[in-house]
Write a protein that binds this ligand. Structure first.
Ligand code: SF4
Length: 291
């Protein structure tokens, strides 16, 4: 849940989720619909699907235990190098470091070097005796994450209070190398085409190729650069939406019709019992002004 999402946003979702689903076994037996409903509003729904698929795999093939090798852990859906290292460290107390932006910044500051100039895996391997000189590897993984978030922060690191300041080259140096936190933002234009009917319903399909909402309910959506000339579609409005590193510029078109394409289903704009991603709900809000 914490991937790309702030702790304060996650807390109510996490509490609701763990109140309903208390064990790995019960998670593995849950339906996708149930999990997505609990996740509704948190976004990045692929995480929910991956979590469910991973729970099934762990229960059915690994005796409900996390495997012990990185190769096997990385077979879990949605688990890459970073998460696999974090899990092995946190759960099996293995000597691992989960290298994310925070950890890279901490090392870059300790060495007062640009992040791009550091080969992190090599650095960790060369210093493994010093780094893992502890039985508390699990705490070490957690501590590094917290240290990057709370002490060696992206802006205004708390060097005065830092226990590493005597050996930190950034702190001691007059010429401090500033580590820039770059977020690559991509602008994308989309046209969205909504079939609406007089029952205040909208036609949605799961057969879409939109990377951030693949196989979730959406109206027809196309990345575009040109103005629509099809007279059957009326322009409703333009609005902006941001998802991860995408800045979306969206044009909404609509047509009233009791017919819809065969692979679409009608959904009520209000009081829908189905799981609807937040992105789609925003489209509901735009077209609701027509009723
Ligand atoms: S002294 Fe400052 S820059 Fe160095 S590790 Fe500590 S908080 Fe980071």
């Amino acid at each position: 849940m914490l991937q790309q999402t702030q702790v304060k946003t996650v807390i109510p979702y996490f509490n609701r989720f763990t109140k309903k689903i208390k064990t790995l076994e019960s998670l593995s037996k849950s339906s996708e619909k149930q999990i997505l409903k609990l996740w509704e509003g948190l976004g990045y729904y692929r995480r929910a699907r991956n979590l469910l698929a991973s729970a099934k795999l762990l229960v059915n093939h690994f005796n409900s235990k996390l495997p012990y090798t990185i190769e096997e852990v990385k077979k879990l859906p949605g688990v890459g190098e970073y998460t696999a290292n974090a899990l092995l460290g946190l759960i099996h107390n293995q000597p691992k470091i989960a290298i994310d932006g925070n950890v890279k910044r901490v090392f870059a500051r300790l060495l007062n070097k640009k992040k791009e100039k550091i080969k992190f895996e090599k650095l960790i391997l060369l210093n493994k005796k010093k780094l893992f000189n502890t039985n508390r590897n699990s705490d070490f993984v957690e501590a590094l994450m917290e240290f990057g978030a709370l002490i060696c922060k992206p802006k205004d690191p708390k060097c005065g209070a830092c226990c590493l300041n005597r050996s930190c080259k950034y702190f001691k140096s007059y010429k401090k190398i500033i580590t820039k936190e770059k977020k690559m933002i991509k602008d994308v234009n989309y046209d969205i085409f909504c079939y609406l009917n007089s029952n205040k319903q909208i036609a949605l399909t799961k057969e879409n190729k939109i990377s951030f909402l693949k196989n979730f309910n959406l109206p027809e959506m196309k990345e575009t650069k040109k103005k629509i000339k099809d007279k059957g579609w009326k322009f409703l409005k333009n609005y902006k939406n941001s998802i991860s590193n995408l800045k979306l510029n969206i044009n909404v078109y609509y047509r009233f019709s009791n017919k819809k394409p065969s692979n679409y289903n009608w959904f009520f704009l209000k009081n829908n019992k189905e799981f609807i991603p937040s992105f789609t709900k925003k489209i509901f809000k735009q077209v609701s002004i027509l009723f």
